[in-house]
Design a protein around this ligand. Structure first.
Ligand SMILES: [Fe+2]
Length: 244
């Protein structure tokens, strides 16, 4: 469409707090080494990021031997290494780095929530990041939202625009928000790289003010470079949630 040629585009700017990324090295499909991760963190800080919450994948179907205790151990070891490269006033400041996790809503996840909510890695305010597969919907997704709320943990749904099978069920996002969930968009989704269905979901959620957070969901330095160099539709950027 000729109109698109004149549509204004601009660079993405990162928010001050990144609540979703795979920067904790060596535990999932994200950053492999502390050096790679530190390189990304340095660049993020140069671009104005002041707080980073690490959210490694917790998915027993893919990483059956992973545990919250192991994530904590890796985080405790990695945190001082990151602190070394932080500039003042971030260096040594409480809360600049913290640990949560991205929980895949697998079968029986809601039972784990009901029985062992205290084991789960949450954000400092008690919110918790959850996701579904990109290929199929979790049958127990609403049960999980319900049980998390019952346990006092407020769910944040990771990248709803990446669940392409939801494109004809957009009203379900309203229901999940009504149930107490909040939505988190990925910066890279703005570039259109996940296809037309993803853009349709994203435009719907943005134009209705349904996102509460935007995050990098960073898995590599290449992705960070893509976020920082992609020009995207200014109108979409103007609809991002504020204050995040
Ligand atoms: Fe993620």
């Amino acid at each position: 469409m000729i109109f698109d040629l004149f549509r204004h585009k601009q660079l993405i700017t990162l928010g001050q707090r990144d609540i979703h990324n795979h920067l904790l090295p060596g535990v999932d499909d994200g950053f492999k080494t502390p050096e790679d991760s530190i390189r990304a963190i340095e660049k993020m800080v140069q671009h104005g990021v002041k707080q980073i919450v690490f959210t490694p994948h917790m998915n027993p179907d893919v990483y059956p031997n992973e545990s919250e205790a192991h994530f904590r151990e890796v985080f405790d070891k990695f945190q001082p290494q990151v602190n070394d490269i932080l500039p003042p006033p971030l260096k040594g400041t409480e809360g600049v780095l913290s640990l949560a996790a991205e929980y895949m809503v697998v079968n029986n996840f809601e039972k784990r929530v009901a029985e062992h909510a205290d084991e789960l890695l949450t954000y400092p305010d008690g919110s918790i990041l959850i996701e579904m597969s990109y290929f199929f919907r979790s049958r127990n997704f609403e049960d999980a939202i319900f049980e998390l709320n019952m346990a006092g943990l407020r769910p944040i749904i990771a990248h709803p625009e990446r669940y392409l099978y939801m494109v004809d069920s957009l009203s379900d996002y309203d229901r999940w928000i009504d149930m107490g969930a909040r939505l988190q968009m990925n910066y890279l989704s703005l570039t259109g790289q996940y296809g037309e269905a993803s853009m349709k979901i994203l435009r719907h959620l943005l134009s209705h003010g349904m996102y509460s957070f935007v995050a990098t969901d960073l898995h590599s330095n290449a992705q960070l470079d893509r976020i920082l160099t992609s020009k995207v539709d200014s109108k979409l950027l103007s609809q991002l949630p504020k204050g995040d």
